[in-house]
Ligand binder design. Sequence first.
Ligand SMILES: NC(=O)c1ccc[n+]([C@@H]2O[C@H](COP(=O)([O-])OP(=O)(O)OC[C@H]3O[C@@H](n4cnc5c(N)ncnc54)[C@H](O)[C@@H]3O)[C@@H](O)[C@H]2O)c1
Length: 278
Amino acid sequence: MKKIVLTGAAGRLGSYLREPLTKLADALVSSDLIDDIGTLYPGESYQRADLTKYNEIRSLLEGADMVVHFGAYGDEAPFDTILGPNIIGAYNVWEAAYQNGVRRVVYASSIHAVGMHSKMEFIGTDAPHRPDAFYGLAKCFAEDLASLYWDKRQIEAVCLRILSCAQVTSARALGSWLSYDDLIHLVERAISTPTTGFSVVYGVSNNDRVPVDNAKASFLGYRPKDNAEQFAAKILAEEPAQDLSDPAHLKQGGPFAAVPIGESGLANMNIIDDTKRS
Ligand SMILES: NC(=O)c1ccc[n+]([C@@H]2O[C@H](COP(=O)([O-])OP(=O)(O)OC[C@H]3O[C@@H](n4cnc5c(N)ncnc54)[C@H](O)[C@@H]3O)[C@@H](O)[C@H]2O)c1
């Protein structure tokens, strides 16, 4: 492969993907809003581009074989905050992919596209959309856009419905954790699988308490290795018993399912910022 583009490269997840992605193509072009991303890895270059500006994304994707699209506003917020980066931004990525002949979009979707399903349902990748926030609704839009561009324009897409890729700091994360190593493996499989068409896969580690079913995505060869059970004794000793009448515990979306529309879900999640420095 000649060129992969990574959006959201300055973000927490992007920071773990940059180096491994340089191994999968002759050139990795990392992109985000900031002017300078710091020290580059061998094979990497950086191009600033705003997802809300079509011309910038069109020029970013020129000559690319694939785009790994991780740039977004990463929390629930009023609709106007989500609209630009997450909805118009998704359209700009898929349309620019089409105009530039890009073969595949690997997309950071989210459990919040289906966040109002109960954890008891053990939903598969074919569960209907059931967003828990404007943030999740934008992920539904992008997944449907991916489906449309596959059906009508033959742009392949792998939608990674990530559950929670962050250090395990809550009982929910014992089921929802995606380790950084498993994230890297998942993105590698999404890129390297020869044919994907339009597909959906849950981004979650090999946790004993995993609340979703990836059986229908097994063709991707995603075989996660990490298991959050190693943290269970400590976490469960700290966290009081969970009230299953509380949507934050019962629903797939956790705290996002419990907050009013437009209000931050991350504020209730104790996410540790361990962004990797290059
Ligand atoms: N962290 C998780 O557990 C998790 C779970 C589900 C989905 N996701 C998705 O994964 C992706 C990365 O998440 P993260 O945790 O690294 O978030 P993050 O906020 O750390 O990174 C997102 C990056 O997108 C960039 N961005 C925002 N608006 C932009 C714009 N208009 N133009 C260009 N870049 C812009 C930001 O500058 C930031 O660097 C996001 O799409 C997020 O929705 C993350």
